[in-house]
Design a protein around this ligand. Sequence first.
Ligand SMILES: Cc1cc2nc3c(=O)[nH]c(=O)nc-3n(C[C@H](O)[C@H](O)[C@H](O)COP(=O)(O)OP(=O)(O)OC[C@H]3O[C@@H](n4cnc5c(N)ncnc54)[C@H](O)[C@@H]3O)c2cc1C
Length: 280
Amino acid sequence: MARKTAVIGGGAAGMMAGIFGAYAGDDITVFEKNQKIGRKIYITGKGRCNLTNNCDIKTVIENTPVNARFLYSALNRFSPSDTMTFFESNGLALKTERGNRVFPVSDRAADVVDTLLRVSRQAGCKIINKAVSDIVVEDNCIKGIKIQNEFLKFDKVIVACGGKSYSLTGSTGDGYKFAEKVGHRIVPLKPSLVPLETVEKIPSECDKLLLKNVSLNVFDTHANKKIYTDFGELQLMKYGVSGAVILSASSHMREMQSGRYRLDIDLKPALSEEKLEKVQ
Ligand SMILES: Cc1cc2nc3c(=O)[nH]c(=O)nc-3n(C[C@H](O)[C@H](O)[C@H](O)COP(=O)(O)OP(=O)(O)OC[C@H]3O[C@@H](n4cnc5c(N)ncnc54)[C@H](O)[C@@H]3O)c2cc1C
């Protein structure tokens, strides 16, 4: 008889887990607290969803700044090329852009959500738009879940509640609570791939100003060393800085205390100071 499996969370992870669980013969129910699945996917890649990178596993590992080894087994089971095959064989045409970034040809993240929803239904997944309030464990065994106070029996539970970023999309941190309940140790959370607040005030006229071909060096003032260097887009914001180079840099800044890091930003790296003086 098919094992009854509950997937908590209908984001990218939960939908893929549901689909492949159903392919493996499980009787899958996905619980999503929002009225729609995949709310975070809609805002990814500026609404276009950079759904994978067209590269090999080694390249993904080399470009993962922290604890890359953790990804080995998952990537070996399901590589970037498997992700592309999955979407293309399910009717979503893809294209590869600069930096090997893969997007839907339509440039619509909504098409990624629609594909996940359609394929999950075809695979036989049920989707229930309700929040799971608890995981029920007895004698070290999963017994099921609770929706408010109602107990629902399941043989397996997959926790795919997301992290804590952009909590308006539904990821309010319930997954940590569930993981802790079944015995996992939760380490203090740290932000990654985020904009940065600066000590200096950015003039309001410059709010949202997007600068291209900027070079960035990040220094850890405590360790007195350069920890990151990059080149590309940077956006000035009223609270500080954002843009591709800043988001990438933030994942290398492991201790987010105020004043710890210094950013050296060169808006015209191709020009020497003498040349710049002459340009005026
Ligand atoms: C602005 C932005 C841009 C991004 N761009 C990209 C990109 O271009 N490419 C890329 O690969 N990644 C991108 N990311 C990262 C990517 O969005 C996430 O890594 C990915 O969406 C995480 O998927 P997930 O399923 O683990 O979590 P989530 O998408 O957060 O899904 C978790 C789901 O669980 C539900 N849930 C939580 N608790 C419960 C509960 N108790 N009961 C029921 N349901 C519950 C939530 O409502 C939510 O729908 C971006 C992220 C952001 C914020």
